[in-house]
Design a binder for this molecule. Sequence first.
Ligand code: ASP
Ligand code: MG
Length: 420
Amino acid sequence: MALIVQKYGGTSVADPERMRNVARHIAASKAEGNQLVIVVSAMGKATDNLMDLARQVSSAPPGRELDMLLTTGERISMSLLCMALQDLGVEAMSFTGSQVGIITDTVHGRAKILEIRGDRVREALRDGKVAVVAGFQGVSTEKEITTLGRGGSDTTAVALAAALKADVCEIYTDVTGVFTADPRLVSQARKLKHLEFDEMLEMAGAGSKVLALRSVEFARNHNVPIHVRSSFTWEQGTWVTSEERKGEKNMEDPIISGVVHDAGDAKITVLGVPDQPGVSAALFEPLANANVNVDMIVQNTSTAGTTDISFTLPKTDVAIAQPIVEKIAKQVGASGVTNDSNIAKISLVGAGMKSSPGIAAKMFRVLADNKVNIEMISTSTIRISVVVAAPMLETAVRALHTAFDLDSGEEYSAPLPERK
Ligand code: ASP
Ligand code: MG
């Protein structure tokens, strides 16, 4: 008997029929003798719709009330799923994040989980019931309802799996696993059987939307094996574990596990910044205080005592960041500020990079041969990222996928899910 946490994303419970499908799958897992904790997201686009509603009544919805509103999406899913389960004769009970003791900090809209008590879930399991938990939410140390940030149900699921010492956390979604590239862009992309936590972490950080970044951090820190798979086909998906990734095809050299892209960032450049101590701190401290998520930062070597500093940030943060940067630029005597939203970030990720030199050089050569200009570069031990002009995105991703021997040799044929 295994203790399994299963998480169903919005598309998996988008309508009553899908909900009944999921209930049947849960009933079958239960019949195999497993103990089950289910985490659900809001149905389909429910969270987006609630956000729209909030914006229609308020230009800046207060965080507390927004969280109160958004958490209703998951309450609808959890209760409906329990009804569907009971209809199949499976005893099931729904719980809000607060009821199962998911304790968070007090930051509305992107709260961090501090602790999971889980008593009520354990009790339900002891009674032989399936526990169905609302994802994406908790209760703060100040007893307020909080949400964990978009896509946060993954984090709920992995955190619960860690707290309950579950054998595996299964994440059911609308793709059949993690791919070597987005199959919507690269028809030759193939599904990976296995990834290491660090690789998945880099992929999530580089823009892969399959798993929320925070959930992977949790999984790595608590060593929770994740199985990403589809609730449409139920086939074996991608395992994410602490084990080292092995070659998947006999002759394959698994240096690179995937090409990840992110078209959600913009670039801000501060021109003619005086090159002296304290300028970067003066610039980035207020951005951090405003919760702006800065990603890549590049500072040029100075000529004649001034330099340019460029950084990337989510497009959605530009409206907050731009006035802050302009103010600081004036204060430190910079000559100007520009921004560019027409960029894309492309990353190569692979644990094999650690021990094989020349990956960056090869990446730059492939881009050059395809006439793709590189605007920024950043690296970690197992990732190389470049920023390019957005219109070059598809060309660049496809060329890299081919050059690093990731092409499957066959066209991706499964129906392509809608972009999240
Ligand atoms: N329903 C929330 C969202 O759409 C949480 C989730 O889906 O994981 O962001
Ligand atoms: Mg969702």
